[in-house]
Ligand binder design. Structure first.
Ligand SMILES: CCCC(=O)SCCNC(=O)CCNC(=O)[C@H](O)C(C)(C)COP(=O)(O)OP(=O)(O)OC[C@H]1O[C@@H](n2cnc3c(N)ncnc32)[C@H](O)[C@@H]1OP(=O)(O)O
Length: 301
């Protein structure tokens, strides 16, 4: 219900234009048509025009009006990524969306120095989960962009996630920098960074949230586990944002939540000149729609 309410919220906000890179994918088109039906957005679809049109026809749907949906042919996926990014940097579109394309290809276009969407900040992936049995959002960052972030990058990754949390109504999110243990171990860089991030938050270098770590995943999300270990923390057991130490941890956590826990997700890249809808190609049409809603909320915040 949490992510459905995000769609309701986005429906009440200003409609945006979304540029989709490599739109030739059934789930992408389903999410696009659903978003049009709900008046969430208009779309510029870049990619293989014949394939895109065939998928729309297959869905037995009337072609949406020209204003709502336009297809622009691109000879390759790389070219589709470049054209979609250029549409956003030239302000023809307000949101970029990853279609049937590898993550690193679209991100390279996003980071292009001439036409990309750089801002001087670190760009990072923010995934907002609705997990069965947990009646609040759980945000995981960064599962998809920053491979092995250093302390400075982790601080910026937290700031990006906090900004997304604010845009969906979490006013003072609790941030848990995760590690394998909840004490500082000089042999584990993640614990040292977590302690430094906690102090950066206390000294006002990271604001708008409460950071406390290192925390193990169990102590971060379960009060019982935290109590059992005698951890006294404002974040333990109640974390809204889980900062992972490296991409593999985040990516496996992201996919575990979906495949083992039946969680639903919406995800974007934050910190760029425009929000970027970035889900796994295997993620459902529903998750692509949630991601669009999340991007629209973050544009209108
Ligand atoms: C969770 C669901 C979805 C998935 O499963 S996604 C699958 C996993 N994800 C991936 O495969 C993508 C992982 N990341 C990457 O491949 C790379 O880091 C990425 C983003 C493509 C960048 O690669 P390269 O272009 O080789 O980057 P590079 O390190 O040589 O840097 C080139 C210039 O870009 C800049 N850059 C790289 N990452 C950045 C960031 N996060 N924020 C801001 N700027 C960034 C970097 O500083 C460099 O700038 P400059 O040229 O020195 O001015």
């Amino acid at each position: 219900m949490l992510l459905d309410s995000l769609i309701d919220k986005a429906t009440q906000l200003n409609s945006v234009t979304v540029a989709v890179a490599a739109a030739e994918d059934t789930d992408v088109i389903e999410a696009v048509l659903d978003a049009i039906d709900r008046n969430l957005a208009n779309f510029l679809l870049f990619g293989d025009k014949e394939k895109i049109q065939a998928i729309i026809d297959e869905k037995n749907r009337e072609m949406a009006s020209n204003k709502q949906l336009k297809i622009v042919h691109a000879d390759s996926k790389t070219s589709a990524a470049e054209l979609a990014v250029q549409a956003v940097s030239s302000k023809e579109a307000t949101v970029l969306m990853k279609g049937n394309i590898q993550t690193n290809i679209i991100l390279k276009a996003v980071l292009n120095k001439e036409y990309g969407l750089r801002t001087g900040n670190v760009l990072s992936h923010v995934a907002v989960f609705e997990i069965p049995g947990i009646n609040r959002y759980t945000i995981v960052t960064d599962a998809a962009m920053n491979i092995d972030p250093n302390l400075e990058q982790k601080a910026q990754i937290i700031k990006n996630a906090v900004s997304i949390a604010h845009s969906i109504g979490i006013e003072n999110p609790k941030v848990a920098p995760l590690a394998a243990v909840e004490v500082v171990n000089p042999a584990m860089q993640a614990t040292i960074d977590a302690a430094a991030l906690t102090m950066m938050n206390r000294r006002g270098q990271i604001s708008g949230c409460i950071v406390d770590g290192p925390l193990g995943l169990d102590n971060a999300v379960s009060s019982l586990a935290a109590e059992h270990k005698g951890i006294r923390s404002e974040v333990a057991g109640k974390a809204d944002i889980l900062l992972v130490p490296a991409i593999e941890v985040g990516n496996v956590l992201y996919k575990s939540l979906i495949y083992f826990a039946n969680a639903k997700v919406g995800a974007v890249i934050a910190g760029a000149a425009a929000p970027i809808v970035l889900t796994s190609r295997a993620d459902s049409a529903e998750s692509k729609l949630y991601s669009l809603a999340l991007a629209i909320c973050s544009v209108n915040k």
